[in-house]
Design a protein around this ligand. Structure first.
Ligand SMILES: NC(=O)c1ccc[n+]([C@@H]2O[C@H](COP(=O)([O-])OP(=O)(O)OC[C@H]3O[C@@H](n4cnc5c(N)ncnc54)[C@H](O)[C@@H]3O)[C@@H](O)[C@H]2O)c1
Length: 408
């Protein structure tokens, strides 16, 4: 349980910062959240949220009503500062060059808290970051006049699953990597006051790399399944059956293929390793390229099937595309491969019914209710394995299943 006399300032109130701030505020700490987005701040101060995440609304509502969570666009004096700002990548100008990490938001956030950081404070970076960023944060604070010897600075990566953030924030194990041993010990002790998982101490470079490695591990293994799915389609082999049989080997555990890899983590973080080790990170880079190529491959398959239909029936088929989010059973469209497949088909003039039961409406793509889309469709392309699709009767349709829904 937290100490109500301890003030925490959380900078960046998005998918990670707001759950963290509201959890701390419901765990006994006095929390002030900071975001450059004035509308997000105004909403939070009224106890409202714009992020689609189970239970987050009740945490925020309860913390704001208790007076333990406030928000503004400027930092305040605090005992503990937590940075949860975005770390996207810069798109590469040369197609053959990998994208480069963009830590501008981290630099801006560190600069913004510097005037408020006093001796004895703790500064924690939670944003997924290239190796060395925690030392860069410490350097910025030093250059802004903070007595760096008198404070603790550490990196503590977040590894929550969207859709289960409020549970996993508490239950998951965490890694804390300080810029020195004292920082690790103090900041590890802070996390142990509000999480139930184990907290492991290390140095900041190892902690930064651990986060990048976790997502790269997932990416490489998904790429293996995605590559297999494309090879099998070429050879006329059912990839789902193949994986099921291969996994009967006691030491083989192949993951399931999908329409690609999306979201702001697995599709981004491996590039941070590639950027820092271009010559050595060959497998990690290739995996990224395989996963990034999958949506275009899927779109091409749908086009081929549509051409076959047209040749047989003399008219263009209606294609229902089921699922637009980047993974099952959430409403998050960020970097979604299925979204890019639907966009590509729409651009090419296909007659599409886009279905996304987890999103109410969207200004860019008109959404069609599930049963209406299936009733009108000649071809049904299953792009995301949402639970709402499980009971569908697709027996009279041409079904292109890219996520194993019909094999589950
Ligand atoms: N979303 C996830 O599931 C997840 C999981 C693990 C790690 N992460 C990492 O956590 C970090 C944050 O991700 P997110 O998903 O919460 O991002 P997000 O885009 O949802 O939220 C970031 C927030 O920071 C605000 N912001 C930007 N610059 C700011 C500044 N200088 N001062 C104050 N606020 C500022 C933005 O307005 C936004 O509200 C990223 O590094 C991400 O890679 C995310």
């Amino acid at each position: 349980m937290g100490d109500s006399s301890v003030n925490v300032c959380v900078v960046g109130l998005g998918y990670i910062g707001l759950p963290t701030a509201s959890l701390l505020a419901c765990s006994g700490y006095q929390v002030h959240g900071v975001d450059v987005d004035e509308l997000a701040v105004a909403n939070i101060n009224q106890g409202k949220i714009r992020i689609d995440e189970p239970d987050l609304d009740s945490f925020v509502w309860s913390a704001v009503n208790r007076g333990t969570l406030t928000a503004s666009t400027q930092p305040v004096l605090a005992d503990i500062f937590i940075l949860c700002v975005p770390t996207p990548f810069h798109g590469s100008e040369v197609a053959s060059e990998p994208p480069r990490p963009n830590i501008d938001y981290v630099l801006a956030a560190a600069t913004s808290i510097a005037p408020y950081v006093l001796p004895g404070n703790m500064v924690i970076l939670e944003s997924t970051s290239p190796v060395g960023t925690t030392h860069v944060v410490a350097k910025i604070l030093l250059e802004c006049g903070v007595d760096i010897e008198s404070i603790s600075v550490a990196y503590c990566p977040e590894r929550v699953l969207p859709g289960k953030i409020m549970t996993e924030l508490v239950q998951n194990d965490r890694i804390v990597g300080g810029i020195n041993a004292e920082s690790t010990v103090r900041i590890k002790a802070f996390y142990e006051t509000f999480i139930k998982g184990a907290v492991y101490g290390t140095d900041c470079k190892t902690a930064e790399m651990a986060k990048l490695v976790e997502n790269s591990y997932r990416d490489v293994n998904i790429a293996f399944a995605n590559e297999l799915s494309m090879i099998c389609a070429e050879s006329g082999i059912d990839v789902w059956n193949l994986i099921d049989l291969a996994n009967r080997h006691p030491r083989v555990k192949i993951l399931q293929p999908g329409a690609g890899v999306g979201g702001h983590c697995i599709a981004v973080d491996p590039w941070f390793i590639v950027d820092q080790s271009v010559a050595l990170a060959r497998l990690i880079r290739t995996a990224r390229e395989v996963n990034d190529s999958k949506p275009t491959w899927v779109a091409k398959q749908i086009q081929n099937e549509a051409a076959k239909f047209e040749a047989s029936y003399g008219r263009t088929p209606v294609v229902a595309c089921l699922g637009l989010t980047f993974k099952p059973d959430i409403g998050d469209l960020r970097e979604s491969p299925s979204w890019s497949i639907v966009e590509e088909l729409l651009e090419k003039g296909f007659d599409i019914r886009a279905v996304e039961p987890n999103v109410a409406a969207h200004p860019q793509i008109r959404l069609t209710p599930l049963l209406e889309a299936v009733a009108e469709a000649d071809i049904v392309a299953v792009l995301v394995r949402h639970k709402q699709f499980r009971e569908l009767n697709l027996s009279s349709k041409v079904v292109l299943d890219y996520c194993g829904l019909t094999r589950a």
